[in-house]
Ligand binder design. Structure first.
Ligand code: SAH
Length: 388
């Protein structure tokens, strides 16, 4: 490391930016294990080397081999934590995140569990190369409760690395029917064709909150994807629920999930349409709106444009909501901080000329833990607003 650039590592921040590196000794390829030392040659960390602005993602701040023992230990700790928070043996909920990257000391790795099927996504070459260790650790740690492992890294690895992974079952086989449960509600997690690992488990607690506010309300669920917020609102006694997503596939999934829980229920409508267009054109009245858009900003350099998009969306929702209405608004962009998000909602409220009170400040659930040394891990933020 360049002299003075080791400070963030001494505070256990798990990323090393390429600009902080003084020199690379020997030959190193993407995905290799790098040992990082300060300008005096003292050990700082060990991690996966990668090409890009983040050059090393730290796996350990003490010298150690990155081997089977390492992965088994980290996954054992991750599993024990989920057991402590009541997710590994829960009759109401069998979908949860077992490994959340840096939050679990495993940067570049995500593992979601759906009724015993582990869906694994690797975001770095190093993690992909270590996949056998990860699979063995999962089998060992989860024992008989593990039904299958599906590796879904086709779309998440750096394209240039040329690894050409294929999404496939690497342990067990596809279950005949894929149905998982969240707070007693059922859904089809579509890990084979769906986005991310097939379902957004990170909204579990926020969906439970919407249920409490839905009684007698006309609900609009924008960016519904698999319809999670919709079927919770229906259980909460909503008058009617309208789900909107630009993807036809998402609308199909929403319809089948609603049907699974509330067969032939006339309260639900779904439309495949662009969110902005729908909000411009609809003449329906709503008194509870959910805005859960995709990450408009994936990088800092597009933050301003992304904020414009969020502002337009929030202003429109605030303009159209009935007096006494509730808005659940979210951003899952890592680069949009809690403060920036709140300022954006503030300007939207002012622009819409509505009196707005904050009822709840929302974040990601405990199975998406934030490593205290890595504040960037706090990616999901939401506000529940009362609109006068
Ligand atoms: N609320 C969902 C997750 C939303 S993910 C849940 O609880 O699971 C974001 C969704 O936005 C995706 O399904 C994507 O298809 C949809 N989307 C992206 N751009 C859109 C647009 N311009 N209009 C409507 N939907 C859009």
């Amino acid at each position: 490391m360049k002299r003075g650039k080791e400070q963030s590592l001494l505070r256990f921040h798990p990323w090393i930016f390429s600009g902080a590196i003084a020199k690379i000794c020997g030959k190193i390829d993407e995905g290799d294990i790098a040992e990082v030392v300060d300008s005096e040659g003292n050990f700082l960390a060990v991690g996966h080397y990668q090409i890009g602005s983040i050059a090393v993602r730290v796996l350990s701040f003490v010298p150690r081999e990155i081997n089977q023992e390492f992965y088994t230990e980290r996954i054992t700790i991750a599993y024990a934590m989920r057991r402590q928070i009541g997710l590994t043996d829960n009759e109401q909920t069998n979908a949860y995140r077992l490994v959340h990257g840096e939050g679990d000391g495993l940067p570049g790795l995500v593992i979601d569990i759906y009724d015993g099927v582990a869906v694994v996504q690797m975001h770095s070459v190093g993690m992909y190369q270590d996949r056998k260790y990860i699979e063995t650790a999962l089998i060992e740690v989860m024992g008989a409760s593990l039904k299958a492992i599906y590796n879904k890294s086709e779309g998440t690895l750096p394209f240039k690395a040329g690894l050409n992974p294929t999404n496939s079952y690497v342990f067990g086989t596809a279950p005949e029917i894929k149905v998982a449960r969240e707070n007693g509600l059922l859904f089809y997690p579509d890990w084979e064709k769906g986005q991310k690992t097939g379902f957004f488990v990170d909204q579990r607690e926020n969906r439970a909150l919407i249920e409490r506010y839905s009684k007698g309300r006309n609900v609009l669920n924008m960016f519904c994807y698999t319809g999670g917020f919709s079927f919770y609102a229906m259980r909460g006694g909503a008058n009617m629920v309208h789900s909107v997503d630009s993807s036809e596939r998402a609308i199909e999934l929403t319809k089948s999930n609603v049907e699974l829980n509330f067969p032939n229920d006339p309260r639900h409508q779904a439309t495949a349409m662009d969110a902005f267009k729908f909000m411009q054109e609809t003449t329906q009245k709503f008194d509870l709106i959910v805005l859960d858009p995709p990450a408009f900003a994936k990088h800092l350099n597009v933050l301003n444009n992304a904020l414009k998009g969020y502002r337009r969306l929030n202003t429109k929702a605030l303009e159209m909501i009935e007096p006494g209405g509730i808005l659940f608004t979210f951003s899952c962009s890592q680069v949009v901080s809690k403060e920036v998000f709140r300022t954006m909602v503030f300007s939207s409220a002012a622009k819409a000329c509505r009196n707005v009170r904050i009822l709840h400040q929302l974040t990601q659930p405990a199975d998406h833990p934030i490593n205290i040394y890595h504040p960037e891990g706090e990616y999901l933020k939401g506000l529940v607003l009362y609109v006068e």
